[in-house]
Design a protein around this ligand. Structure first.
Ligand SMILES: Nc1nc2c(c(=O)[nH]1)N[C@H]1C(S)=C(S)[C@@H](COP(=O)(O)OP(=O)(O)OC[C@H]3O[C@@H](n4cnc5c(=O)[nH]c(N)nc54)[C@H](O)[C@@H]3O)O[C@H]1N2
Ligand SMILES: Nc1nc2c(c(=O)[nH]1)N[C@H]1C(S)=C(S)[C@@H](COP(=O)(O)OP(=O)(O)OC[C@H]3O[C@@H](n4cnc5c(=O)[nH]c(N)nc54)[C@H](O)[C@@H]3O)O[C@H]1N2
Ligand SMILES: [Mo]
Length: 734
């Protein structure tokens, strides 16, 4: 998220594509509605479904799932043609825009209309309204990411915002609404299989850096892996772990062996696609452990008889520490109640695990005073802010967070600026918050104020200073910068060339380091004193030469509702070793004319009463009463064709092997070819209740068929995020 929730109150236009905040982010929705009340902001919703958010919009445009790239290119094309483009921004701060300008030529309103399924008039009206009201922010969420081309959506959105002159400005930017509590924190800590904390990656130099942070030998870390090669290799992802268990062909990517054990902590795992495959994998693994305050629903879908452990974790109110919100801001959270019964906080379970596995002393070696003498959670946060300089957590100390927690009333909710004794910091110290004197960054890429006032930061210089002779350094000069124009990231080699003087002693300390790996903080502090941003002043890349599609491209989903467009906009070639698995793209798309046998388009999403897989919320009798059962929403016209009455049970068959039996509820929020499928249920399997499989008295009040059984195979080409949002099914009356 480049801006923040309060900042949306400043927007004059709010474009919402692939998000339904009225249901999924009710707090964010209040800020959106305030923009409407206070500034008459235009709310523009682009969604396949007439959602509760759409009900509050000024303009709603229905598009076919998976066609946001054409819509965005159509917008960019109109901006260029009509002179709405922020030419200075594109010239000074963007690399490789020509390729985008060329690609958008073909996306005339007529072609957008054909591919997206909206009218030319609706499209034109939405774009005009967005262009007319400045600043405008863009909101997206899972309607954009859960696609084979999800990363193309999330690349083209910011490009569109730069074209419309909305980037780096209050009231503008890209406001991506995050999912879970502290999911931004989980992301910053890189609970991912392709990076160490702080988005540092997995290269040898980075492992050595973290060996230093953790106070252990690099060779010791190498020894924990089968080989150094494996240590630097991206792991399986949540979405495809089952391929590592079931498909022998993937063993070659995994040191020659299939996965044998699985520890699940804080995830539903039945919320991925292909849950019938997840079940098979759970049955086959040698050991399965769930660390969860509830009985994880995945524990009841498996037929395994032993080596299945449920370790009771506490909830978040029984523990404390720093958490990150959707806008990169951190908060201190206090324990509300002591752990109940035998439940333990997650970290304690992990510490116990480390003891049993024999590496506890290495795990806590440098924490706090060292040698196991630490204060939890304070010393953990200190370790993070000391180590993670890549995104600028240097100033996010427990002391500052606690002071903010005590003084919530001294911050402006619209600007986040502190006042009174909190003056000089923004609420939550949104990163980059480079050091203890830095106030945090409420609006990213804003160069209208100096770096020590939370601005002054262009785009990262992260990919070199030029590409094939074309500069990657910006052409603009942020306010307060001592260097005119762009400059590279701050390193031992660059800092003095940029006019910053180091003493001999300082030079010795930062030898061979860059701003992200210099634990002394000298490089960061000296850069800030000179009004320079530690990560440099580079260009945003509209062309990304190391991605499969160097510019975003429309590609039809693997299971396309428009077979006639598949030849024109085919998917990617199959990809080997994608997060260690061999992933089908073209071979899946070409396997059959899917839409012939599976003629119903699926729009998946959420219900307001339940969260995620619903494990927690379905265990609340109040929420269970409000939303007691799994259903599909179906247009009466489609239902009529199938002979299905309102409230009838139907079988829904997925393009994989899964099928679910659910209630069909009439509704008018979708077009006549589509159904809505909520993701929030589990505990019923292809018509059979699994209630008797939960340990005594632990089954949730509401059980339901799991959407993951019928959502289609398909994974994002860069991230492996599952393509739940483009699914085809067949429906029969039960
Ligand atoms: N009540 C409740 N709140 C939640 C959650 C929950 O389960 N329940 N989950 C939390 C989590 S983890 C997350 S990530 C967020 C998710 O928040 P959202 O992304 O808002 O959630 P969804 O409802 O999955 O999808 C958003 C919208 O995308 C639309 N959509 C589907 N396909 C497409 C497409 O191809 N293009 C476009 N433009 N739109 C499309 C859907 O119709 C839907 O209206 O919500 C969080 N908040
Ligand atoms: N069809 C379809 N499928 C989807 C989506 C969709 O839009 N459509 N959206 C996807 C998205 S965005 C997401 S995020 C996933 C949601 O996916 P999940 O993360 O699988 O869903 P949750 O139910 O939130 O799972 C959280 C689990 O953690 C447990 N838990 C809660 N608090 C704690 C804690 O403090 N410690 C521990 N150890 N455990 C805890 C809960 O009891 C629960 O079992 O679903 C995805 N699946
Ligand atoms: Mo999510």
């Amino acid at each position: 998220m480049t801006n923040h929730l309060g900042d949306m109150q400043v927007s004059k236009a709010i474009l919402i594509m692939g998000a339904n905040p009225a249901v999924n982010h009710p707090v964010a929705m209040q800020h959106i509605l305030k923009a409407k009340e206070k500034n008459g902001a235009k709310i523009i919703v682009i969604d396949p479904r007439y959602t509760k958010t759409a009900a509050k919009s000024d303009i709603f445009v229905r598009i076919r799932t998976g066609t946001d790239v054409p819509f965005l290119y159509g917008m960019i094309r109109l901006a260029i043609k009509n002179g709405w483009m922020d030419k200075d921004f594109i010239r000074d701060r963007v690399y490789g825009f020509d390729n985008v300008a060329q690609e958008c030529e073909k996306w005339t309103p007529e072609l957008v209309s054909d591919v997206c399924g909206c009218s030319v008039e609706d499209f034109n009206q939405a774009v005009k309204a967005f262009a007319a009201a400045k600043p405008g922010c863009l909101i997206w969420n899972q309607g954009w990411t859960q696609h084979t081309i999800g990363t193309s959506n999330t690349r083209l959105g910011p490009i569109m915002q730069m074209v419309f002159g909305n980037m780096g400005k209050s009231g503008g930017g890209c406001n991506i609404l995050r999912g879970h509590d502290n999911v931004q924190g989980a992301s910053d800590m890189c609970n991912l299989s392709d990076s160490l904390p702080g988005y540092y990656g997995l290269a040898e130099g980075i492992w050595k850096y973290f060996a230093g942070v953790w106070g252990v030998d690099y060779d010791y870390l190498v020894g924990r892996f089968k080989s150094k090669d494996m240590m630097e290799k991206t792991g399986f992802a949540l979405s495809n772990f089952w391929m590592g268990v079931l498909n022998d062909e993937n063993a070659e990517n995994n040191a020659g062996t299939p996965l044998k054990a699985l520890v699940v902590i804080g995830n539903g795992i039945t919320t991925v696609t292909q849950t019938h495959k997840v079940k098979e994998a759970l049955d086959k693994l040698e050991l399965v452990v769930f660390i969860d305050p509830y009985v994880n629903d995945a524990a009841v879908i498996t037929d395994r008889g032993d080596n299945l452990f449920l370790l009771p974790a506490t909830s978040q109110v029984e523990t404390s520490g720093s958490v990150a919100a959707t806008n990169r801001s951190y908060q201190w959270r206090s324990q509300v109640v002591k752990p109940l019964y035998e439940a333990k906080p997650d970290q304690d379970i992990l510490f116990e695990l480390a003891k049993r596995l024999g590496f506890y002393s290495e795990l806590v070696k440098s924490l706090g005073k060292g040698g196991g003498d630490y204060v939890w959670p304070d010393d953990a946060t200190k370790e993070l802010c000391g180590a993670i300089r890549s995104i600028g957590l240097g100033g996010v100390t427990p002391e500052r967070l606690k002071a903010q927690q005590e003084n919530w009333h001294l911050f402006n909710p619209v600007t986040l600026a502190g006042f009174g004794k909190m003056q000089g910091a923004y609420y939550g110290l949104p990163w980059p918050c480079w050091n203890e004197k830095h106030p945090g960054t409420p609006v990213m890429y804003d160069v209208s104020k100096p770096v020590m006032q939370g601005g002054g930061m262009g785009f990262r210089e992260n990919w070199g200073v030029d590409k094939d002779g074309v500069t990657l350094l910006a052409g603009n000069t942020p306010v307060g910068s001592s260097v005119k124009g762009g400059y590279p990231r701050i390193t031992f080699e660059t800092i003095e060339k940029l006019g910053v003087k180091l003493t001999d002693e300082e030079r010795e300390k930062v030898k061979g380091k860059n701003f992200a790996t210099d634990r002394s903080g000298i490089l960061v502090n000296k850069a800030l004193e000179a009004g320079l941003c530690p990560y440099g002043n580079g260009r945003a890349r509209a062309t990304v030469w190391n991605f499969t599609d160097i510019i975003p491209k429309h590609r039809e989903p693997l299971h396309s509702f428009r077979q006639d467009l598949v030849a024109k906009f085919p998917t990617f070639d199959d990809k080997k070793g994608h997060f260690r698995a061999n992933i089908r793209y073209k071979s899946e798309q070409d396997k059959q004319e899917w839409v012939k046998d599976y003629p119903v388009n699926v729009v998946t999403g959420r219900v307001v009463e339940h969260m995620g897989t619903g494990t927690e919320t379905r265990a609340s009798k109040y929420l269970a009463e409000l939303s007691p059962e799994m259903f599909i929403e179906i247009h009466p016209e489609l239902a009529g064709k199938l002979g299905v009455r309102d409230g009838d049970m139907v079988w829904v068959y997925g393009t994989g092997e899964g099928k679910i039996k659910v209630k069909a509820v009439y509704g008018y929020t979708l077009d006549v070819d589509s159904i809505f499928l909520p993701q929030n249920f589990s505990g019923v399997w292809s018509g059979k209740s699994l209630k008797d499989r939960y340990p005594d008295d632990t089954a949730p009040y509401a059980l339901g068929e799991n959407s993951g059984q019928v959502t289609s195979y398909g994974y994002d080409i860069q991230t492996t995020c599952p393509e739940t949002k483009c699914t085809l099914v067949r429906i029969e009356k039960a």
